[in-house]
Design a protein around this ligand. Structure first.
Ligand code: ZN
Length: 73
C-alpha cells in the first residue's frame, strides 16, 4: 500500500471511509470499491426518511429550477 492509499493518520483509506459516519442523520449503508489502483468510488445509501438526504434533494431541485428559469437547461 502506498502513502496515497492512507489517510493523514496512516490508516488504510478504505477502512477509514467505511468506518466513518457516512451520514449524521441516518444509518446509511456505505460501500467503497477501488476502481483502479489508488482510485476509490464510494456509495452512500441513505434511509428513505433521512433529513440530510431530503435537504440535499431539495437543494438540487432548487438549483435545477434556477437553471431552467435562466434558460440554461
Ligand atoms: Zn442519511
Amino acid at each position: 500500500m502506498t502513502a496515497r492509499q492512507r489517510d493523514a493518520f496512516g490508516r488504510p483509506l478504505t477502512a477509514t471511509l467505511v468506518a466513518a459516519d457516512a451520514c449524521p442523520d441516518c444509518n446509511a449503508d456505505v460501500s467503497v470499491v477501488e476502481i483502479e489502483p489508488g482510485v476509490y468510488k464510494g456509495t452512500i445509501l441513505h434511509d428513505e426518511t433521512c433529513p440530510y438526504l431530503s435537504a440535499r434533494e431539495q437543494r438540487i431541485a432548487r438549483a435545477r429550477e434556477g437553471l431552467r428559469d435562466r434558460g440554461l437547461r
